[in-house]
Design a protein around this ligand. Structure first.
Ligand code: NAD
Length: 353
């Protein structure tokens, strides 16, 4: 059987994770790279020994032998690159967030359906071992009815700079960049309920903290004096789903907290669970309150995440396996994010039918 030939669109930071995972898969060849930034393109082609390079996505998509692509561009180019690839007959794995609006996301799904090709969304946390183990507990009803969840992804000084702060290319700040991961994971663990209403608030108070002198963390990465910062630096929202459950979410690039914090908590009638950094469960044993710490096998493993995601995409392409992160979930997420931004703008709850 000949190898599946993959093209990468957008050869920046996250494409490293995609390329390394593809190159570990014996059924795949990373066949071509595309980036509008020629230096970036050439550096990555040399690093990973990829011979075919393109600065124009449509030129790359003319390669008939190319089976599938990963779209790893900044967010505002996800829709155009994905639709071009689907129309050229390629399967697509598109990074999160699916797009910069629900409307765009719907056109992407339509293109996939019209061309009979797979469109998978890079909800990488769905592929984590921690997620699979917790799903197993939820399937066995260990948590009972999950009626409340909290998802936190807070950075004290973590605006990555570059396009991340430029709304015209990112579509928004920490909500669309970080919040998307945790909102999706909660929704996925709850069995993909639909959103019914949203109340959200966003703040732009600290911007990208260019005044901070410490060189630790994000303060030294990617930020230049020309960097635009017109996105929120904190977002907070309450999301109500059609199963009656409510999710409270917070995401920041800049916030006056002691240290960065990321965790997901689910609260059910029979027990609670917390993800990040390790899976913990809160339950009752013999009518006593009991805390269960799962072993380190369930800890979040960043590298394993991308291998899981890429191997699943390849399996779907090669064997027609049912995709666990389909376009419809990307659309639902964009619907939620659009509604949070709309609620923050108007100061009112947004009701979704
Ligand atoms: N799953 C995750 O955990 C995760 C982590 C980081 C980033 N991401 C996502 O990956 C995407 C890329 O992020 P990044 O950190 O790699 O950014 P990056 O800036 O390092 O890379 C993006 C690259 O896309 C290129 N590009 C932009 N428009 C293009 C186009 N039309 N055609 C070809 N190339 C184009 C840019 O020149 C740049 O080199 C974003 O959507 C981001 O949200 C996901």
């Amino acid at each position: 059987m000949s190898k599946i030939k993959i093209g990468i669109i957008g050869a920046g930071n996250i494409s490293n994770c995609h390329i390394q995972a593809y190159q570990k898969n014996p059924d795949v060849e990373v066949y071509a790279l595309c980036d509008i930034n020629e230096k970036q393109l050439n550096d990555m082609a040399e690093k990973y020994q990829v011979k075919r390079t393109f600065t124009d996505v449509n030129e790359m998509l003319k390669l008939k032998e190319l089976d599938a692509v990963s779209v790893c561009t900044w967010n505002s180019a996800h829709a155009s690159c994905t639709i071009a690839a689907l129309n050229a007959g390629k399967h697509v794995l598109c990074e999160k967030p699916m797009s910069v609006s629900e409307e765009e996301a719907k056109t992407m799904k339509e293109a996939a359906e019209k061309n009979g090709k797979l469109l998978m969304i890079g909800f990488v946390r769905r592929h984590g071992n921690d997620c699979k183990v917790l799903q197993d507990f939820i399937r066995n009803d260990s948590l009972g009815e999950i009626y409340y969840a909290k998802a936190t992804y807070l950075r004290r000084n973590g605006n990555p700079g570059g396009w991340f702060g430029d709304k015209s290319r990112s579509g928004g700040g920490p909500l669309i960049d970080l919040g998307v991961h945790v909102i999706d994971l909660v929704r996925y663990l709850m069995g993909n309920p639909k959103v019914t209403s949203v109340y959200g608030a966003t703040f732009q108070k600290l911007f990208n903290r260019k005044n901070i002198k410490s060189v630790k963390g994000y303060s030294s990465v990617g930020r230049s004096t020309e960097d635009i910062c017109d996105v929120e630096d904190l977002a907070s929202a309450l999301i109500r789903f059609d199963n009656g459950a409510v999710l409270s979410v917070e995401a920041s690039f800049s916030l006056n907290i002691k240290k960065d914090e990321g965790k997901i908590e689910l609260f059910g009638t029979k027990g609670g669970a917390k993800l990040d950094p390790e899976l913990e469960m809160y339950t009752e044993l013999n009518d006593y309150l009991a805390n269960v710490q799962l072993d380190t096998q369930t800890a979040l493993d960043f590298d394993g995440l991308f291998e899981g995601e890429i191997n699943h995409f390849v399996d779907c392409v090669a064997n027609g396996t049912k995709c666990i992160a389909p376009a419809e979930d990307g659309i639902e997420l964009m619907r939620i994010l659009d509604a949070i931004y709309e609620s923050a703008r108007t100061g009112h709850e947004v009701i979704l039918k």
